[in-house]
Design a protein around this ligand. Structure first.
Ligand code: DGT
Ligand code: MG
Ligand code: MG
Ligand code: MG
Ligand code: MG
Length: 261
């Protein structure tokens, strides 16, 4: 078919193919989630319903798009790591079809509890295992820093009756050890005993899970069926609340970063 003289404008569409054999990470983050959480009366600083719902959505994303090897979520964000060899959407980043698709899954699943959440998404490419591990460490360190701060902040506001401004002033310039000390001496809270989901965020990885179901079996000679337990092994996106900054996690799950993934 003849091309029009205007065809040349296509050249302005920059090439945005994600470099081959690199890890592609899609991160979604709730838009203006601060306001959203206020409006829907989320528990402060952590609303376990909302966090579980985010994880449910992320598990669905992983089960829909099999090219994801690991996902990490905390607060209002989730990161999805695509296999190095993934050819999903021909590795094109800019059109963001992929990001929109993931965003859509979130928005469709979320309404019963959190109507109309919207997410922005970005795509980042990491060239080596080390940079990918550092990316995930960065997000988990962010989770830790924010959660420790928020835990003390809301204890000061909700239990000691400080105004948000007073709590903010009290925490200005404090280090990790100071915050742990305030929690322990004033609120009898040992931060290390706070729920791991709040402190570490949620890691989703593929694991074999035994699913036990009941089946009715009837032998030819029998009138009535007998109920039997049947075990089926399935691979599922399983949530863990563990450390990904140290080496232990990566040694325990070498398949995540394996050459062939
Ligand atoms: P953005 O991402 O620039 O559009 O703006 P935000 O407001 O989404 O800010 P962001 O993503 O940096 O921080 C997440 C906000 O969401 C933060 O203000 C705390 C809030 N949030 C996240 N999870 C929870 C929760 O479980 N409970 C409550 N009360 N708030 C939460
Ligand atoms: Mg943000
Ligand atoms: Mg946000
Ligand atoms: Mg922000
Ligand atoms: Mg956020």
């Amino acid at each position: 078919m003849a091309k029009s003289k205007f065809e040349y404008v296509r050249d302005f569409e920059a090439d945005d193919t994600c470099l081959a054999h690199c890890w592609v990470v899609v991160r979604l983050d709730g838009r203006n989630f601060h306001r959203f959480a206020e409006k829907h009366n989320f528990t402060k600083p952590n609303d376990s319903r909302a966090l579980h719902l985010m994880t449910k959505c992320a598990q669905t994303v992983m089960e829909e798009l099999e090219d994801i090897v690991i996902a990490y979520g905390q607060s209002d964000e989730y990161s999805f790591v695509f296999k190095r060899k993934s050819n999903w959407f021909k590795r094109r980043a800019r059109p963001c079809h992929g990001v929109e698709l993931i965003s859509c899954i979130f928005s469709f699943l979320a309404p019963p509890i959190v109507p109309f959440a919207s997410f922005d998404g970005r795509v980042v490419v990491y060239p080596s295992n080390q940079t990918l591990k550092d990316y995930l460490s960065w997000r988990q360190a962010d989770c830790h820093i924010n959660n420790l701060y928020n835990t003390v902040f809301w204890a000061l506001v909700q239990q000691s009756g400080l105004t948000p401004i007073q709590a903010q002033e009290r925490l200005q310039g404090t280090l990790t050890a100071d915050k742990n000390e305030i929690l322990f001496s004033e609120f009898n809270i040992n931060y290390n005993n706070e729920p791991p989901m709040y402190r570490k965020g949620t890691v989703l990885i593929w694991q074999k899970v035994d699913e036990v179901t009941t089946k009715e079996v009837r032998l030819p000679a029998e009138m009535e069926g007998r109920k039997m337990l049947v075990t089926r092994t399935r691979t599922k996106a399983v949530p863990l609340h563990c450390d990904v900054i140290g080496d232990a996690f990566w040694k325990e799950h070498p398949e995540i970063l394996h050459e062939d993934s």
